[in-house]
Write a protein that binds this ligand. Structure first.
Ligand code: TLP
Length: 347
C-alpha cells in the first residue's frame, strides 16, 4: 500500500528538473557574493516580490529570525498574532537570540488581527515601555485554516505601521498560495510590507531554502545577521538552482493543491465522527476535528497512518492535512476512503 503523506507541504521532494538544475549549477563563494546562481535567484525573488533586494536563507524560520534581528534591537517590541508561526513554532528565537519582546494580539479566525487592537497596542514614548518597532502578519495563515490575507487588509496594516513609525514584516512562507487563492500577484500582497520571507521548500517543492526580501539597506543588514547566525552558505548555488526551478515551474500549479484541499474537506465533512466546515478551506491547508470523546487526535493519526494516510495532530481534537505536489486527485479520494474506513471501525 502506498502511503499518502498529508502531514505538510514541507515533505515534498525535488522534481527531476530541480535535480538536473542542481547538478549543473554554476557556483561560487556566496559569502564573497560570487555565486552566480544565488545572485540570479535573489534577483528573481526580489522582482517577484516587488522589492529591491533579496537574501537566500536556509529556512522559513531563519528568514523570519534574520528579519526580526535586522528590524529590531534588544528590548524592542514586536506586535504579532497569538496564532502566528513566529510566536508558536519558532522556539521564541527572537527573544532567545535577539532580546526582542513579543506582544501577542488575538488572531481572528481568518488570520487577521483587529486594526484597533494593533493601534491600541502601539506604545507611546514613555520611560516605562519598550519601543514598539515591528508589526508581523502571516499569509497564508497556517494555524487559521491557511486563510489568505487580502491586499486591502495588508495595506491597511501597512498604513497603520507607517503612521506610527513602525515597520511591517510578512511571514509569507506560503505567499504564492495566498496569491493563487485570491487571484492576485504576490507582489501586491507584499507591497505594504517592509520585508517578506517566502519559502521555496513548501508548496514549491524545492529541497531547501527560503528568501527574505526588502529594500537594499535592509537586506545589507540582514546579510550581516545571516552570517552571524552561521547562515553564510558558500556554494549555495546548488540550493538556489532548485529554487529557480521552483519559482519558474511550480507556482502556477498551486491551484491544483487548493482544489484538492477543497475536495478533501468536502469529503471529510461527510464522515461521521469528524467535523469541518469546507467553506473555510481557501488554500492548501485543511484542519478538521475528531468529535468522538473517546478518540483523540494523536490516536486517530496513528490509526490513519496504519491505514496509509499520514496527517498531523495539531491539538487534542484537531488534525491537519496539507496538499502538496505529490498528492493527486486520485490520492485525495483514496485517502478519504481510508479515513472513512478507520472512522467506521472506531464507531
Ligand atoms: N511550518 C511547518 C511547521 O513548522 C508547522 C508546517 O508544516 O507547516 N512560517 C510559516 C507560516 C510556516 O508554516 C512555517 C513552517 C515556517 C514559517 C517555517 O519554515 P521552515 O520549516 O522552513 O523553518
Amino acid at each position: 500500500m502506498d502511503m499518502i503523506d498529508l502531514r505538510s507541504d514541507t515533505i515534498t521532494r525535488p522534481t527531476a528538473a530541480m535535480r538536473k538544475a542542481m547538478a549543473e549549477a554554476d557556483v561560487g563563494d556566496d559569502v564573497f557574493g560570487e555565486d552566480p546562481t544565488v545572485n540570479r535567484l535573489e534577483t528573481m525573488a526580489a522582482r517577484r516580490m516587488g522589492k529591491a533586494a533579496a537574501l537566500l536563507v536556509a529556512s522559513g524560520t531563519m528568514g523570519n529570525l534574520v528579519a526580526l534581528l535586522a528590524h529590531c534591537g534588544r528590548g524592542d517590541e514586536i506586535l504579532l498574532g497569538d496564532q502566528s508561526h513566529i510566536f508558536f513554532y519558532e522556539q521564541g528565537g527572537a527573544s532567545a537570540l535577539g532580546g526582542i519582546h513579543p506582544r501577542t494580539l488575538p488572531n481572528a479566525a481568518d488570520g487577521t488581527i483587529d486594526l484597533e487592537k494593533i493601534a491600541a497596542a502601539i506604545r507611546p514614548d514613555d520611560v516605562h515601555f519598550p519601543h514598539s518597532r515591528l508589526i508581523i502578519l502571516e499569509n497564508t495563515h497556517n494555524r487559521c485554516d491557511g486563510t489568505p490575507l487580502t491586499v486591502d487588509y495588508t495595506a491597511a496594516v501597512g498604513d497603520l505601521a507607517r503612521r506610527h513609525g513602525l515597520a511591517l514584516h510578512l511571514d509569507g512562507a506560503r505567499i504564492f498560495n495566498a496569491a493563487a487563492a485570491l487571484g492576485v500577484d504576490a507582489a501586491e500582497l507584499a507591497a505594504p510590507a517592509d520585508s517578506i520571507t517566502f519559502c521555496l521548500s513548501k508548496g514549491l517543492a524545492a529541497p531547501v531554502g527560503s528568501v527574505l526580501c526588502g529594500d537594499v539597506d535592509f537586506i545589507r543588514r540582514a546579510r550581516r545577521v545571516r552570517k552571524s547566525l552561521g547562515g553564510g552558505m558558500r556554494q549555495a548555488g546548488i540550493i538556489a538552482a532548485a529554487g529557480i526551478v521552483a519559482l519558474t515551474e511550480m507556482v502556477d500549479r498551486l491551484i491544483e493543491d487548493h482544489a484538492h484541499a477543497r475536495a478533501l474537506a468536502v469529503g471529510l465533512a461527510e464522515i461521521p465522527g469528524l467535523s469541518i466546515d469546507p467553506d473555510r478551506v481557501a488554500s492548501s491547508i485543511v484542519y478538521f476535528r475528531v468529535v468522538r470523546p473517546e478518540t483523540n487526535a494523536a490516536t486517530l493519526a496513528a490509526r490513519l497512518a496504519d491505514a496509509g494516510v499520514r496527517v498531523l495532530p495539531t491539538a487534542a481534537d484537531q488534525l491537519r492535512a496539507v496538499m502538496n505536489y505529490h498528492v493527486t486527485t486520485q490520492d485525495v479520494q483514496l485517502a478519504l476512503g481510508r479515513i472513512q474506513q478507520v472512522m467506521r471501525q472506531d464507531a
